[in-house]
Write a protein that binds this ligand. Structure first.
Ligand SMILES: Nc1ncnc2c1ncn2[C@@H]1O[C@H](COP(=O)(O)OP(=O)(O)OP(=O)(O)O)[C@@H](O)[C@H]1O
Length: 592
């Protein structure tokens, strides 16, 4: 694929990006073009039929087939137009769908390729706006390009016909077109800037609203409802200003277009009146001029809009690129859309899983957050099959960072991960059934408990109940309004912290993984429940588990404990060994 680079002014080459997308479904686009160009050009035939009809009425007809021919012509023309319009809309909808779907697929694909903990660099509101509006903007541009071509074809043919009838009048019809194109071109930069500002302001409002809805409790507890509303109000004010500027400029352009055409229309009517009196200008010619004028006017305005919209498309591409943080090629690549069938499993990953875990080794793993001293450095450790390993440490010592770097959710700066002595790519390796992981705050969807546990897996009731039992969730399920069919609400809002943790644990256990990774499941569970959970988990044979915890009940069970301090391993050993040798470990245990 040819590289799409910025030009000298730092602008992206919009047409090259659009062209890449057009090439995605070329045949469909070709048919879409053919149908819509026909739709745009058909008024020429209707105009000619009208001209001949009026000439027939005047008794000056040059039409060979008489009145019947004219009537049949008008009927046939109407039927053909209806059929072409039907197929025009069908191809346009299909093409729009393909382009928007591939764009959205590519955006998601790029986001999904990133380490999970650093997936999107923008607020949720901005991402959703771009995903919806900017994709639509690009799709519109591609679809309207056809209308632009149709408008040009219509204009050229009608220009030739009209010039043959009356040159002077024709110039007056087309002169406004030139004015409009010039105006639209000269305002490009402003349109771009205002559109960008308006979109940004909208994203800020959406983002703030999203954050407010997610933090209702925190806002209420801090009694900050008023402050939040003030904040929202000020963001809305900014949005109002930006939107007014954007809309005003667009409306201004629109009214300039309309008025230029109206003045042109007046001039033509004046010239036509004189021409009918003085020259050989038939009523049929006059009808054709008036009839075409309406279309020329519409198409000229539309053409101006297409041009303006085309330039706004650059903003849309840039915003998508800000989110995907990749190349423009990755946005326009011709990905396969799985509309009728699901994608095949990535067998390479599952091949690796066939080799059962014997030993997992981390060597010199380092991840430092940008601009802070936080993170982990040179972490080397080994996890043996069938063991319980715990990572412990004070707040901010790097426990979560270590898990996330190992699992490929953060991009390591150095180090390697080995599975049975073979180096693995942790970015794609640690997924079920190799590894199951639950973060400190589990991600639940607004579905039933059952759906949240299954997440698309096809498992029997017996397996589900076994996983629920292992995660000590069976009593809670009985007490839920509709048992397993209870809908948990957005992010599991209807469940307690401990219940959420155990739904997530059930989800893990159902996947029969070779390695279970928990990030501080203790934080939301009471000691008794946590004790039961570890008891039940280790009833299964050869369970290998890596967990973050500072709780004695877990630490005492562990075969190996890693003590982290400021991102480094401070000590390693069993509970009793560490109590003797590590002051840091004693401090952690005694703090509990
Ligand atoms: N996204 C981030 N950007 C910058 N610094 C971060 C980020 N996340 C964590 N840190 C810093 O990195 C260090 C390690 O954080 P981490 O969350 O791994 O610690 P932890 O031991 O898991 O803490 P806790 O017990 O509170 O979960 C801390 O100093 C933290 O402030």
């Amino acid at each position: 694929m040819e590289k799409i680079e910025s030009n000298d002014r730092g602008n992206i080459k919009i047409f090259k990006l659009i062209w890449e997308l057009i090439k995605y479904r070329p045949i469909l686009y070709l048919f879409n073009n053919i149908f819509w160009i026909i739709i745009h050009v058909t008024p020429i035939f209707m105009g000619l039929l009208l001209k001949y009809t009026f000439e027939y009425i005047e008794g000056e007809s040059t039409f060979k087939y008489g009145l019947n021919g004219l009537i049949i012509g008008i009927i046939a023309f109407t039927i053909v137009k209806l059929v072409v319009m039907y197929y025009g809309f069908v191809t346009d909808i299909l093409h729009r769908f393909s382009i928007s779907a591939v764009l959205r697929f590519n955006i998601l694909d790029e986001i999904m390729k990133k380490p999970g903990a650093k997936a999107v660099p923008k607020s949720l509101g901005e991402v959703i706006n771009t995903y919806r509006d900017d994709v639509n903007q690009i799709t519109d541009s591609i679809s309207w390009l056809i209308d632009g071509i149709g408008a040009v074809v219509f204009s050229v043919i009608s220009l030739i016909i009209l010039m043959k009838i009356n040159m002077k009048m024709t110039v007056l019809v087309y002169a406004p077109l030139v004015v409009i194109v010039t105006i639209a071109k000269s305002t490009t930069k402003k349109i771009k800037r205002y559109r960008e500002e308006a979109r940004k302001a909208t994203s800020m409002v959406n983002g703030a609203m999203g954050e407010m809805f997610n933090s209702v409790q925190a806002i209420q507890l801090a009694c900050k409802e008023k402050n939040m509303l003030e904040h929202l109000k000020s963001l809305n004010q900014k949005r109002k200003k930006a939107m007014i500027k954007d809309t005003l400029l667009n409306q201004l352009l629109h009214s300039i277009f309309e008025n230029t055409i109206s003045i042109g229309t007046g001039l033509i009517l004046l010239v036509a009146g004189t021409a009918i009196k003085t020259e050989s200008f038939t009523v049929g010619d006059f009808t054709l001029f008036v009839y075409f004028l309406q279309f020329v006017t519409d198409k000229a305005i539309f053409f101006g809009e297409i041009l303006a919209n085309y330039f706004q498309t650059g903003v849309a591409f840039r915003k998508i690129n800000d989110i995907t943080e990749g190349s423009y090629e990755s946005i326009t690549k011709h990905s396969k859309l799985y509309i009728k069938e699901a994608p095949e499993r990535n067998e390479e990953i599952y091949q690796e899983a066939k080799e059962k875990l014997e030993e997992l080794e981390l060597r010199d793993l380092t991840y430092r957050y940008q601009d802070t001293t936080g993170g982990i450095e040179n972490i080397t450790l080994t996890i043996k099959k069938g063991t319980f390993t715990i990572i412990t440490g004070r707040i901010g010592s790097g426990k979560t960072t270590l898990l996330r770097t190992m699992l490929g959710l953060l991009p390591k700066q150095s180090g390697e991960v080995f599975w049975n002595g073979d180096k693995v790519d942790e970015d794609v390796f640690f997924i079920p059934p190799i590894c199951s992981y639950t973060s400190q705050v589990p991600n639940l969807l607004s579905e039933t408990v059952k759906e949240n546990i299954l997440l698309g897996l096809d498992k029997s009731e017996k397996d589900i109940n076994k996983a629920i039992y292992a995660s000590v969730f069976e009593k809670d399920v009985k007490n839920l309004e509709k048992g397993l069919d209870t809908v948990v609400g957005s992010k599991g809002v209807k469940l307690s912290g401990g219940q959420k943790q155990r739904v997530a644990a059930s989800r893990m256990f159902l996947r029969d993984s070779q390695l279970y990774v928990f990030d501080d499941i203790s934080s939301a569970l009471d000691v008794e429940t946590e004790g039961k959970l570890w008891d039940r988990l280790f009833q299964f044979n050869n369970i290998t588990c890596l967990a973050v915890s500072n709780r004695k009940i877990a630490l005492k069970r562990a075969e190996n404990i890693i003590v982290l301090k400021d991102g480094f391993i401070e000590a390693e050993g069993t509970f009793d060994e560490l109590l003797k040798v590590s002051e840091e470990f004693r401090a952690i245990v005694n703090a509990k």
